[in-house]
Design a protein around this ligand. Structure first.
Ligand code: G3H
Ligand code: 13P
Ligand code: ZN
Length: 309
């Protein structure tokens, strides 16, 4: 059934697990994720970025998700806008049936982030839709900043408390050392669990969201590289850290890069192993299966959301 994330997060916070939020761009990705959720009996969040909506077109996305909901009425599914860039995009998604939207004001200063988030919250709540906001900045290894500057990007727990009070947002994405993409750490992976702990102490009832949380699964990277790809030095957040986050108050864990890797690994392998293949089903089918396996592993072994419907 199609739901908002409100009830999902309440149960997740009480029982100390996280719900996976997976980025969708096409039919095979949606089917791979939803088949995994059905197999694991796990709630799931399907999320689309503004780029995904432009690529797939909102009508197609909504119809495919509707089909997924019809096929698996027992699975709680939310459809969420990822990194909403402005009020208009958030409104468009709300008006088209999304059950949750993110407004990402992290690129603005604190006051502008509060203003924009509040504007989206007011509209969303009037339509029964929930809102995720973001405070702090996710820096990647590609962002060439010194240690002091990196420190300034982490979420300030006191500001988080003020931000949630003033905006009325329903969940909050925080920066504790993760970053988007396949190159998250140069050396050891390190997350600031101390910041997460202080945030949870200050806003215990607000679900916390972790962006940039792909593991950058080594086997998938190896398969991509083995079959003609080039992803040297790709590195993500180890499963153990994500599990730690999921039992420490993180209620939503965002994954896109691992799905991109799974899809690409599947396609590369099929095409290289049999160069005579030109039926798209022959390589998209195995890619979809690899996405399903990847999502199942996360739900069952890392996030703890299996059997939580
Ligand atoms: O956090 C960003 C997601 O990975 C979506 O990426 O904007 O390229 O669709 P995208
Ligand atoms: P990854 O790039 O680590 O998959 O993060 C995805 C994300 O945060 C989407 O909002
Ligand atoms: Zn993100």
């Amino acid at each position: 059934m199609l739901v908002t994330t409100k009830e999902m997060f309440e149960k997740a916070m009480k029982e100390k697990y996280a719900i996976g939020a997976f980025n969708v761009n096409n039919m095979e990705i949606i089917q791979g994720i939803v088949d995994a959720a059905a197999e694991c009996k796990s709630p799931v969040i399907l999320q689309a970025s503004a780029g995904a909506i432009k690529y797939a077109r909102i009508g197609y996305l909504m119809k495919m998700i509707e089909a997924a909901v019809e096929e698996h009425p027992e699975i709680p599914m939310a459809i969420h806008l990822d990194h909403g860039p402005d009020f208009e995009t958030a409104k468009m998604c709300i008006d088209n049936g999304f059950t949750s939207v993110m407004i990402d004001g992290s690129k603005y200063d604190f006051e502008e982030n509060v203003r924009l988030t509040k504007q989206v919250v007011d509209y969303a709540h009037s339509k029964g839709v929930v809102v995720e906001a973001e405070l702090g900045k996710l820096a990647g290894v590609e962002d060439d900043v010194n240690v002091d500057a990196k420190d300034a990007m982490y979420t300030d727990p006191a500001q988080a408390e003020e931000f949630v009070k003033r905006t009325g947002c329903d969940s909050l994405a925080i920066a504790i050392g993760t970053s988007h993409g396949a190159y998250k750490f140069k050396g050891e992976a390190k997350l600031r669990f101390d910041i997460l702990k202080e945030v949870k102490e200050r806003i215990p009832n607000t679900p916390i969201v972790l962006h940039g949380a792909s593991t950058v699964i080594p086997e998938l990277v190896d398969t991509c590289n083995k079959y003609g790809g080039s992803l040297p030095g790709a590195k993500g957040v180890p499963d153990e850290m994500l599990h730690e986050a999921s039992i420490s108050g993180v209620s939503k864990i965002n994954v896109d890069t691992d799905l991109r890797l799974a899809m690409t690994a599947g396609i590369r392998k099929e095409l290289v192993e049999d160069p005579s293949v030109f039926d798209p089903r022959k390589y998209l089918g195995p890619a979809r299966e690899l996405i399903k396996e990847t999502v199942e592993h996360k739900m069952r072994d890392v996030f703890g959301s299996s059997n939580k419907i």
